[in-house]
Design a protein around this ligand. Sequence first.
Ligand code: AMP
Length: 194
Amino acid sequence: MANVILLGPPGAGKGTQAKRLEQARGMVQLSTGDMLRAARGSDTEIGRMVAEVLDRGALVTDEIVIGLIEAKLDETGHGGFIFDGFPRTLRQADALGGLLARKGLALDAVIELVVDDAALVGRIVKRADEARAAGLPVRRDDTPEVFEARLREYYKSTAPLVGYYWAKGDLVQIDGMAGMQSVAEAIAAVLDKR
Ligand code: AMP
């Protein structure tokens, strides 16, 4: 089964599309954000440190997230992974290449969801409002203030991955401003071609 990275700024729709791929294709979403949110609950030094970093909209260290992904890959033998929110730095991208090679897995595509910056903060605020209305936990970093820091971090650390994967011939850009269904169809078309 295909292994893909979903790349894009916060609010681009990576998580939403990853969940759809899980349902439609039985792929496995590996979201470092979800893993870190689970870890922040633990009453340990690491848990407290992760909570502090997430609430600032900064990035946790490469070592921590690479370790989380390595453990998940080891625990799930087969492929069919959707990397959601990982890699976020060039170092993480290099590490992922090494981990996949060691497991004999290929990276089939890096799908960038391209969304106008101006639309992103609105999407984040909407996500928080919807969670609140549904009585679900609201992400503490889904506020306009922390979003600013997350977007800045995206441009500084993660956007260089667009060029990195483009140079490898792995990058496919998709219009993330289209509706959820259209984006899902565009991703499906990419996967069917690989
Ligand atoms: P996300 O759910 O992908 O938006 O991630 C939420 C937060 O988790 C980010 O703002 C970072 O603080 C942290 N995080 C998630 N993935 C990574 C990663 N690959 N590297 C470093 N920090 C991460």
